[in-house]
Every structure is written in structure tokens, then in C-alpha cells.
Design a protein around this ligand. Structure first.
Ligand code: HBI
Length: 355
């Protein structure tokens, strides 16, 4: 197949501003090329990541959807990179069989009926905005089978979607993650540093247990980051910045556990499978994607949402978890091959369905 991937408009691909969907796009692209498909990626100027074939488009970045109210009207900056990327798609679509949208934005859904080629929409978050819910539902009705999610828990946050709905889960290149059986006395927290990720609760765990916490990820909300540090001045924290997968897993693998503190319905939680791949158990609030990844008591612990005490109790039971089990369980469902199988089937189904 000739595939055209269109990236998120909130940041350059590889910058970390796009959070988990960047890693997803990277992994799916690598796996499609490995399977012999032709692939081109359209992404904001400044995008670069290993050998990915990227057409860079200039323009102003889009505001992140989670910073807006549900009822917010659709907003586009002047010289919008989102609009410019999709104008490029309009110009070149005849050269491709399928367009794949990775943006969590209204425009690509609205433009679908105006384009000649089919568009597969990979929805990367739970429901956040009424206008976006409405257009997603409309496209799921008008273009059967073209809407894909990470998980059923994520899809359930949207009102009545028309089946078939595709749950693609996620996957990582397991060869990049090395198993570690003897961890140090430290915990990890990974992700975009933004209010919906609940980092303050991990600070509270570190302060209460005095177990050092390694924090890695892009600071998306500076004032939020400053406030957490003021609120927990004595927490034993080390912030390591936004680092490459190779660097990140070198620290992560030596941790006793990854702490996940999602305030919202996390669509998936790529960081959870990155930890499990290193043999690191995951302790998470039981909501959204992590609840469908973690096997409670076997590969980590699922805790009552927003209960800091629950997180602390779980850190005290980590010796119950077999780290090899964490790695083994990840091999099957979350390998790149398994991910590629699911996406390739989705894409073929869409092309076969074309009227
Ligand atoms: N916000 N407007 C907008 N568009 C996106 O594509 C987007 C976003 N916020 C977050 C985000 N994408 C990704 O970080 C998550 O989907 C993982």
C-alpha cells in the first residue's frame, strides 16, 4: 500500500510535545516500511526522527486540546500548520492509496468527505470536546470502519459511535528495552508534564516513602511544573528532562516500579508497556488505558483513582511482582509485529470496503 501519515499539529514530530502519539506514529511507520509498504509522513517544520521519510510543513502549532473547555469553539491560529498540512494532503492525495490521520483535531475529520482518497483516523485521546465528538461520530457513520482507538476504555468516553470500531492497542520495539532483574531503590514517572498527568501525586508518594523518584518527559506546562516543586519541597526528585528512548530505558529499567497518576482517561499509556518491557512493574490509578494493560497483582497494581495512599500501599507490595513476568507478558501483545498486524488489517479492511 502507498500510505500518507499526517502527524499531530501540536509539535514537531520527535519534540515530545505530541506525547504518546509521536511514539505510536514512529512505531507504526517503521513497521509498515518493514512490511514493504510505501510511506510518507507529513509533519510540522522541525520534525526529524531517525530515517523517517518526512515532508515538513511550516505554520503555527495548534493549541493542545486538553487545555480547552469542552464547549470551546473550533480554534485555528493564523497560518495554521494543521490547515497547511491538510492542504498539502489535498495536493498529493492521488499518489497514495490511504491517508492516515494522527491529529486529535476537528479539521481532518471535517475534510474527509472533500478528499478523494479514504482517510483512516487514529484517535489518540478520550473525549475532550463536544465539537470534536460530534464530527468523529458523524465520520464513523458516514465512513464505516475508518475510526480507530487505542483501547475500548478510551472509545467508551465518546457517545454513540457507529461500529465497526477498531481497537489498535499499541506496541514498541522490544529490542530497545533491556530487562533488569536487580533494580535500585528508586521509582520512575514518565510523560508530558501537564496537569492531566497528575505528577503531583507521584511527588507525594516520593515525599511520603522517601524513595527517590526519577522524572522524565517534556515540560508542557511550566507554571504547573513550578507549582508542584513548591508544593513538595522535600520530595526526593530528580528531573532528567525529555530524553531519547535509549537514554530513558537505561534509567527506567533500574527502577522498582513506574508510577502512573492519570487524572483523565488515559487513552493508552505507552510508558506502561515501555516499563513492562524492562521488567519494571507498573502502579497506576485504575482508569483508562493502563487499566487494560496492567494485570493487577501480576505485572503491577491498579489503585483506586486519585488515592495517594493506594499508591503508597502498592509500593510496599512490589516484592510480590515477578519482573520476568512483566517482560514476558509484553512480548506477545505489545511487540511491533503484533502492532503492525493490527494496523495493516485495519488499513486493508478500509481499502477493501471502498464503494
Ligand atoms: N491537541 N489539538 C490537539 N491535537 C493533537 O493532535 C493533540 C493534542 N493534544 C495532545 C496530543 N495530541 C497527544 O499528545 C496525545 O494524543 C497523546
Amino acid at each position: 500500500m502507498k500510505l500518507l501519515f499526517v502527524s499531530t499539529p501540536v509539535g514537531a514530530l520527535g519534540s515530545g510535545l505530541g506525547g504518546g502519539v509521536e511514539l505510536s506514529l514512529y512505531n507504526i511507520a517503521q513497521e509498515m516500511m518493514r512490511r514493504g509498504h510505501d510511506l510518507q509522513i507529513v509533519a510540522p517544520a522541525g520534525s526529524a526522527w531517525d530515517n523517517l521519510p518526512i515532508v515538513q510543513i511550516s505554520g503555527n502549532l495548534q493549541i493542545i486540546a486538553q487545555s480547552l473547555e469542552r464547549e470551546a469553539a473550533i480554534a485555528m491560529p493564523e497560518n495554521s500548520v494543521l490547515a497547511n498540512m491538510w492542504d498539502y494532503v489535498r495536493q498529493v492525495e492521488d499518489e497514495y492509496d490511504l491517508i492516515v490521520n494522527f491529529a486529535y483535531d476537528w479539521l481532518p475529520f471535517y475534510l474527509t468527505p472533500f478528499l478523494k482518497r479514504p482517510v483512516a483516523h487514529f484517535v489518540s485521546m478520550g473525549s475532550l470536546a463536544d465539537a470534536l465528538d460530534q464530527i468523529i461520530i458523524q465520520i464513523s457513520q458516514q465512513f464505516s470502519g475508518t475510526i480507530g482507538f487505542y483501547t475500548a476504555a478510551q472509545a467508551a468516553t465518546f457517545p454513540e459511535l457507529t461500529p465497526p470500531i477498531y481497537y489498535l492497542s499499541s506496541g514498541i520495539d522490544l529490542s530497545l528495552y533491556q530487562f533488569c532483574s536487580e533494580p535500585k531503590q528508586q521509582l520512575a514517572w514518565l510523560g508530558r508534564i501537564s496537569p492531566e498527568k497528575g505528577l503531583e501525586d507521584a511527588f507525594a508518594v516520593a515525599e511520603s516513602t522517601t524513595i527517590p523518584l526519577k522524572v522524565m518527559g517534556k515540560i508542557q506546562d511550566e507554571s504547573y511544573w513550578q507549582k508542584i516543586q513548591q508544593d513538595y519541597p522535600n520530595a526526593p526528585i530528580e528531573y532528567l528532562g525529555f530524553v531519547s528512548t535509549k537514554e530513558m530505558q537505561r534509567v527506567l529499567r533500574e527502577c522498582r516500579a513506574l508510577i502512573m497518576t492519570p487524572r483523565w482517561v488515559e487513552a493508552f499509556g505507552n510508558v506502561a508497556i515501555e516499563a513492562l518491557a524492562c521488567g519494571v512493574p507498573v502502579i497506576s490509578y485504575s482508569r483508562g488505558g493502563p487499566a487494560s494493560i496492567i494485570q493487577d497483582g501480576e505485572t503491577g497494581f491498579l489503585v483506586e483513582p486519585d488515592s495517594i495512599d493506594g499508591l503508597i500501599v502498592a509500593t510496599k507490595q512490589l516484592d510480590r511482582i515477578n519482573r520476568q513476568t512483566c517482560r514476558d507478558r509484553t512480548q506477545k501483545e505489545f511487540s511491533l509485529e503484533a502492532l503492525g498486524e493490527r494496523f495493516e488489517k485495519w488499513f486493508v479492511d478500509i481499502l477493501n470496503f471502498q464503494p
